[in-house]
Design a protein around this ligand. Structure first.
Ligand SMILES: NC(=O)c1ccc[n+]([C@@H]2O[C@H](COP(=O)([O-])OP(=O)(O)OC[C@H]3O[C@@H](n4cnc5c(N)ncnc54)[C@H](OP(=O)(O)O)[C@@H]3O)[C@@H](O)[C@H]2O)c1
Length: 250
C-alpha cells in the first residue's frame, strides 16, 4: 500500500539506528536512497549495498552536517547522482549521555549539541529544499524531549524543541508544494541509548511505556515512511508521537 517507487530520498544519519532502518524500509518501498553518515563509512556502505541489492540506486556521502562547506559539497554530489530530491529525512543527531544540570553544563557541551542537533538541521534542510520540487516531503526526527523537556539533558531538549518549531514554521513556508512533518520517538534501542538502557534501566524504561517495551529502530521507520508517502499528502506540520504511549502530547 505504501509505495515510494521512483522517489529519490536522502536520509541523514543513515549508517545506523533509526536512519539505517528508514533507508532500508524506503528502498523496500521502491525509493532510491542517499545514505549520509558522519564518520562510520563502513556501516553506511553496508546500507548502500543492501539498497543496491534491492535494485534501487544508492548514494553514499559522509562528513559533519554542521559544516556548511561539507553540506554544500554533499548536496552538489546528491544533485549529480539523483538529479534532485523528492524526500529528506533529517534523522542524524547526538544525545550526550552524561546527565548534567544546566548550572554545571560546560559551554562546549552546549555548543557541540547545538551544532550536531540544530545547526546541521538548518544547513541540510536548507540545502535539500533547493533540490526539491512540488510533491516533496521533509520528515524530521525529533523526540519526546522536545515535548516535555528532559531534565539534565537540557541541551538536547532545547535543540529538539527548536526542531519542532522549525517543522511548524516550514510546514507553512513550504506549502502548498512540500509537506514538512516530524516523528517524536521516546526511548529507542539503538547505539545512542545502549548505556542509558543497560541492565535494569531498560526494564524500568519499558515499565513506564504503556505499550510495554522500548521501541526498535523499525518501529520508528514505519511512521517515517507513512509521512514520506502519498498516504500522508494532506498532513503537514504534524509531530507524530512514536513513543508507545509514554507521552500523550497533541
Ligand atoms: N535512540 C533514541 O532513544 C531516540 C529517541 C528519540 C529521538 N532520537 C533521535 O533519533 C535520531 C537517530 O537516533 P539513533 O538512536 O538512530 O542514533 P544513533 O544510532 O546514535 O545514530 C546517529 C546517526 O547520526 C549520525 N550523526 C551524528 N552526528 C552527526 C553529524 N554531526 N553529522 C552527520 N551525521 C551525524 C551518525 O553517523 P555515524 O554513524 O557516521 O557516526 C549516525 O548515523 C537522532 O536525531 C536522535 O536524537 C533517538
Amino acid at each position: 500500500m505504501i509505495s515510494l517507487a521512483g522517489r529519490r530520498l536522502l536520509v541523514t544519519g543513515g549508517s545506523r539506528g533509526i536512519g539505517r532502518a528508514t533507508a532500508l524500509l524506503a528502498a523496500q518501498a521502491g525509493a532510491d536512497v542517499g545514505v549520509l553518515y558522519h564518520t562510520r563509512r563502513a556501516e553506511a556502505d553496508t546500507v548502500a549495498r543492501a539498497i543496491r541489492a534491492m535494485g534501487r540506486r544508492a548514494f553514499l556521502g559522509g562528513g559533519d552536517l554542521a559544516d556548511a562547506d561539507r553540506v554544500a559539497q554533499l548536496m552538489s554530489e546528491v544533485r549529480a547522482a539523483f538529479g534532485g530530491l523528492d524526500g529528506l529525512v533529517v534523522n542524524h543527531g547526538i544525545w550526550p549521555a552524561t546527565e548534567t544540570s544546566l548550572a554545571r553544563m560546560a559551554p562546549e557541551r552546549w555548543r557541540r549539541t547545538m551544532a550536531a542537533d540544530l545547526d546541521s538541521v538548518f544547513l541540510v534542510t536548507r540545502a535539500a529544499l533547493g533540490l526539491m520540487d512540488t510533491g516533496g516531503r521533509v520528515v524530521m526526527v525529533a523526540s519526546t524531549a522536545a515535548q516535555r523537556g528532559e531534565a539534565f539533558h537540557a541541551d538536547y531538549a532545547a535543540a529538539k524543541g527548536a526542531m519542532v518549531a522549525l517543522v511548524k514554521s516550514l510546514a507553512v513556508e513550504c506549502a502548498p508544494g512540500i509537506t514538512v512533518n516530524a516523528v517524536a520517538p521516546g526511548w529507542v534501542a539503538t547505539e545512542m541509548t545502549t548505556t542509558a538502557l543497560a541492565g535494569d534501566a531498560g526494564e524500568r524504561a519499558a515499565a513506564g511505556i504503556p505499550l510495554g517495551r522500548v521501541a526498535s529502530a523499525e518501529d520508528v521507520a514505519g511512521p517515517i515512511l507513512f509521512l514520506l508517502s502519498d498516504l500522508a499528502r494532506h498532513v503537514t506540520g504534524e509531530i507524530l508521537n512514536v513513543n508507545g504511549g509514554s507521552v500523550l502530547c497533541g
